[in-house]
Design a protein around this ligand. Structure first.
Ligand SMILES: Cc1cc2nc3c(=O)[nH]c(=O)nc-3n(C[C@H](O)[C@H](O)[C@H](O)COP(=O)(O)O)c2cc1C
Length: 660
């Protein structure tokens, strides 16, 4: 047998109470899969699949473990109501030789939704840095009661078969708020100096040790650097870790990043960040606690990266959050040399966007999150083999094509472009977009393995489709930015004002800066537009972004928006809210007129070298009616059904192929 390429990743860890079959941990992820505060089947399936797929340790999402925690999307562990569910959950994971830890957490004053937090609690009545919610400062009696309740719940988890708990004391949540002098201004036994700020966590760990068994695992997620002035930087983080890990009460430490403020996006660095951005800092912090296993987390997506981190002794365990949402069998595939069959996380943060909108986890590159047979899934054969034509080689068409072919259908895919991937391929060429290629790269591999017949560089005509005598046609012909309603149609015909995609194709390879201002109408508010604005800022002296809304980046998750603002801030980019492009613009004189959407008042931008637009997309349905006239069964999928994002496109492609 060939030696494994991942000897360090696959090596067991037996240290103290930790007994793990390998070094891969599934980091805690809020799934929004619990139902009415109970364990749901999809929650069990989600975790069992990650255990089946190879993880050696899984940390659940935060459970309600103190009596004030009553949210319906969090599983309640502070009473016996769902002991059966908790037991089923633990058994499903532990039967795959994977340890299950419940996460013990409270958001405290933190809130990242709109509005103020009606139930925020904190060490001190100071505003949350994002929502400005002012919490209620906890009284000493309440703190003591809460610690007892947490311990009581942990004992219950242990009885139900959980191997332990992870205390989430990073991310700017309640325990972090107690640790940080920025948020803890108490002057009693729980605040006032370094030691007293640690008291809550010390008490909690002691209470857990007092009531739980000798083998019960207690892990700590601790701040490594929260990026908050007067908060917890690496030096203070090392002191905290050292102090809390004295003796042998703590079984591992996972350092996390960012806080609940402008560094919220550090929690889950997106595709604009360098890879594994926190590993070196983790390695430094690890020196402060040499006797405790340290877990590293954050934008580690590739098994070779994980192996390298462990081989270089930078951490003892590698935790993956989003990459195991995307592919539960990440480790199993790597261990068996099937790396190219891994669906890689593209770090887009769609998953975070869905849970904060109170929907179950969803993923751009995994249309089956939470399915019962998710890990290493292969499509089941169809009852009857059909001839299927897919028109369009974007991510919706490709997903439909490979799944249909893998089910045994005879599939032909027409792609107007010689390269597959559609507009996602273009986005992948923009700053920070590179990892998006993993979506269509995987689909291409699967299309090849499942025998899709590819007609590349062919603008499919009705005759092309008809000649295949299809039983079903899947139209995945995409969409294009619509012409701005405020501009004359004649400008469109003359090609005077290009859309954002045309701009990208024209400018992406250009390196030379040019004088003048680029003006872009932003009625899109999604990621690709801002990546293109970065390109414009690199090439032009100034970029003016006009949007009819009150701000930009309104349709991306908050964490993505924070990154967009941070990247645009140092660039010569001016945002003009409440404005749209006006027909009063004098293109020949280099003057763009921006009209206030409420008053109509014009603001002139002079010395304009380029005007472009990024607007809501219009479906391309040119083939639909002519194909239907022939009596063919035609279904639209992806943007040509309704323009949306990548997650919707892959999900629709998958679902349509399954229903064939
Ligand atoms: C959708 C989503 C939900 C998360 N929920 C939690 C959570 O409930 N508790 C927690 O400690 N961390 C949570 N995290 C943070 C992850 O545990 C992890 O630290 C982070 O995603 C970085 O790791 P990754 O790059 O491997 O995804 C969440 C992250 C995401 C993307």
């Amino acid at each position: 047998m060939e030696p494994s390429r991942y000897p360090h990743l696959l090596a067991p860890l037996q240290q103290g109470r930790l007994r793990l079959r390998n070094r891969l941990v599934h980091a805690s992820m809020t799934t929004r899969m619990a139902k009415e505060a109970r364990v749901s089947q999809s929650l069990v399936d989600y975790h069992e699949n990650r255990a089946k797929g190879g993880a050696g340790l899984i940390v659940t999402e935060p459970l309600s473990m103190a009596r004030h925690q009553r949210l319906p999307h969090k599983v309640r562990a502070w009473n016996d109501d769902d002991v059966a569910g908790l037991t089923r959950w633990a058994e499903a994971v532990e039967r795959h030789d994977c340890r299950l830890l419940g996460q013990l957490q409270d958001p405290g004053r933190g809130r990242h939704e709109r509005g103020r937090n009606p139930s925020g609690i904190a060490p001190s009545a100071l505003p949350d840095d994002l929502s400005w919610s002012v919490p209620r400062a906890l009284e000493v009696d309440e703190i003591r009661r809460m610690v007892d309740e947490f311990a009581d719940s942990a004992r219950r988890l242990e009885r139900c078969g959980f191997a332990g708990v992870e205390i989430s004391a990073g991310h700017g949540h309640l325990f972090h708020q107690f640790l940080s002098p920025w948020s803890n201004r108490r002057d009693d036994e729980y605040g006032g100096d370094f030691e007293r700020r640690l008291r809550l966590l010390r008490d909690l760990v002691a209470a857990l040790r007092a009531v739980c068994g000798a083998c019960f695992v207690v892990g700590l997620k601790l701040p490594g650097d929260d990026g908050v002035p007067q908060g917890i930087g690496p030096e203070r983080a090392a002191d905290i870790a050292r102090a809390l890990c004295e003796g042998d009460r703590v079984d591992y430490v996972c350092f996390t990043w960012g806080s609940h403020g402008r560094t919220l996006d550090w929690h889950l660095p997106d595709m604009h960040w360098p890879r594994s951005p926190f590993v070196n800092l983790t390695a430094e912090l690890r020196r402060s606690i040499p006797h405790v296993p340290v877990m590293t987390v954050g934008l580690i997506t590739d098994p070779a990266e994980a192996e390298g981190i462990l081989a270089q002794g930078k951490a003892d365990l590698v935790a993956l959050g989003r990459p195991l949402v995307t592919d539960p069998a990440w480790l199993a595939k790597a261990a068996s040399g099937r790396e190219r069959e891994i669906r890689y996380c593209v770090s887009c943060n769609t998953c975070w966007g869905t849970i904060v909108e109170h929907r179950p986890l969803a993923c751009d590159n995994n249309p089956r999150v939470g399915a019962a047979d998710e890990a290493d899934w292969k499509p089941a054969p169809a009852a009857r083999r059909k001839r299927v034509v897919v028109v369009g080689g974007g991510v919706a068409g490709l997903e439909a094509a490979w799944v249909a072919a893998a089910r045994g259908h005879d599939v032909t895919l027409f792609s107007a472009s010689a390269e597959l991937g559609g507009k996602t391929r273009l986005h992948a060429r923009l700053p920070g977009g590179e990892s998006l290629s993993s979506v269509y790269d995987y689909q291409q591999v699967m299309a090849k393995l499942s025998g899709v017949h590819l007609e590349l560089g062919v603008h499919a005509t009705v005759d092309d489709v008809r000649s295949c005598t299809p039983d079903a046609v899947l139209l995945a012909s995409g969409s294009a930015p619509g012409w701005p309603a405020s501009l004359p149609e004649s400008w469109r015909e003359e090609g005077l004002v290009p859309d954002v995609r045309t701009l990208a194709l024209d400018l992406l390879d250009r390196r030379q800066r040019q004088p003048g201002t680029a003006v872009l109408l932003d009625q899109d508010h999604t990621e690709g537009t801002y990546a293109m604005i970065e390109v414009l800022a690199r090439l032009f002296e100034r970029v003016v972004v006009a949007t009819p809304r009150e701000r930009i980046a309104g349709d991306v998750p908050l964490v993505t928006a924070l990154g967009i603002h941070r990247r645009l801030a140092p660039l010569p980019v001016e945002v003009r809210p409440f404005h749209e492009l006006s027909a009063e613009s004098r293109l020949e004189d280099g003057v763009a007129a921006l009209a206030n959407v409420y008053t109509g008042k014009l603001a002139l931008v002079e010395d304009v070298a380029l005007i472009g637009y990024s607007t809501p997309r219009v479906p391309d349905l040119r083939l639909l009616a002519p194909l239907r006239v022939l009596g063919l069964r035609v279904e639209t999928i992806g943007d040509c059904r309704m323009p949306r994002g990548v997650a919707a496109a892959t999900a629709e492609g998958y679902a349509t192929a399954i229903a064939l």
